[in-house]
Design a protein around this ligand. Structure first.
Ligand code: AMP
Ligand code: MG
Length: 312
């Protein structure tokens, strides 16, 4: 059997030669390919069934690698990278000429982050190329938080799947655009708007980014979803009256027959969320109810994912 180090070395060689390698990060497991190789990128879109209009995030192992992919590297990028990298913050910046449009879905900008996982960092460093990696699941499905889930979802389509335990953060990165004017939050995550503002001052929030309330339920794009219908509801009530369901709660189990207690703090909740949904998806429930988390800032990323996963 190959050792962990040998597997990473094989993964790095595969990436250099146009292969597709699934690997652990601190957010979710990624499906990686050389970001500078349009043929390898096409395979990632194909395996995921992802529309070509959705750009991929590039993963780097150093700030120098990030800078090489950008046309401008503003002061704010340097400050944020020093504060939060390696970590779950993606910065969107004007792209440099080396970055293929196949990666950015035709945009003149590129999303970049440095993952805080030893396997990911070592894989990218040894590959010596920036690594494009969306979550390692079919388009619209739940993001994987274990190598087994990647195997179940994508299996033989991937050249190699690296193991790396349960991700520390558990949901996808915060995405922040530094392309023009005031920084713009495109997707909330476990690094909150307040965390970023503490570091660089005022941040705007993109319409529909999920931070705070959506104008009305059901308007959000369905994404990050289990196969079982998911209902995001106020404490206890409003659950479906028919079928056998299960209720995820962190403060009040309400009247639910089958309750699953979730942690009361956002960090622990995020770490468990996708794994729990994966498990329940396999248990044959008619529906999954989820107690709506509080509107506090540190829950913004979790609330966003739950809203996108829910049918109401
Ligand atoms: P994921 O679905 O986790 O692979 O993350 C992709 C997300 O990153 C997209 O939904 C965008 O929000 C964001 N993203 C990546 N690249 C860009 C870009 N060039 N401009 C704007 N957003 C981007
Ligand atoms: Mg995804």
């Amino acid at each position: 059997m190959e050792s962990a180090a040998e597997l990473i070395a094989r993964g790095a060689a595969l990436l250099r030669n146009g292969g597709v390698v699934a690997f652990p990060t601190e957010t979710v497991y990624g499906l990686g390919a050389n970001a500078l190789d349009p043929v390898a990128l096409a395979r990632v879109y194909e395996i995921k069934g992802r529309p070509r209009t959705s750009p991929l995030i590039v993963h780097v192992s150093s700030i120098a690698m990030a800078r090489a992919m950008t046309a401008v590297w503003p002061e704010q990028a340097e400050t944020l990278a020093r504060e939060f990298w390696p970590g779950p913050l993606t910065l969107v910046l004007p792209k440099s000429a080396v970055v293929p449009m196949d990666l950015t879905a035709g945009l003149e900008t590129v999303g970049i982050r440095m993952p805080a996982h030893p396997v990911a960092l070592s894989l990218i460093e040894q590959a010596g190329v920036p690594v494009a990696a969306p979550s390692a699941n079919r388009f619209m499905a739940l993001s994987p938080t274990s190598a087994d889930q990647v195997r179940q979802g994508l299996g033989a389509a991937v050249d190699l799947i690296l193991e790396g335990g349960v991700p520390e953060v558990g949901i996808e990165s915060t995405v922040l655009s530094l392309v023009e004017g005031t920084p713009l939050l495109l997707r909330p995550g476990m690094i909150s708007r307040a965390d970023i503002e503490e570091c660089i001052g005022l941040v705007r929030v993109a319409e529909g980014s999920g931070e705070g309330a959506h104008p009305s339920p059901g308007m959000h794009e369905r994404h990050y979803a289990p196969r079982t219908p998911l209902y995001l509801v106020g404490t206890g009530g409003e659950l479906p009256r028919t079928g056998r369901g299960v209720f995820l709660y962190s403060t009040d189990s309400g009247e639910a027959e089958n309750g699953v207690a979730m942690p009361g703090d956002a960090q622990s909740y995020a770490r468990l969320l996708y794994g729990t949904l994966h498990r329940l998806d396999g248990e044959g429930w008619d529906w999954i109810g989820v107690e709506r988390p509080s509107g506090e800032a540190e829950w913004a990323g979790i609330l966003d994912r739950l809203q996108r996963a829910s049918i109401r």
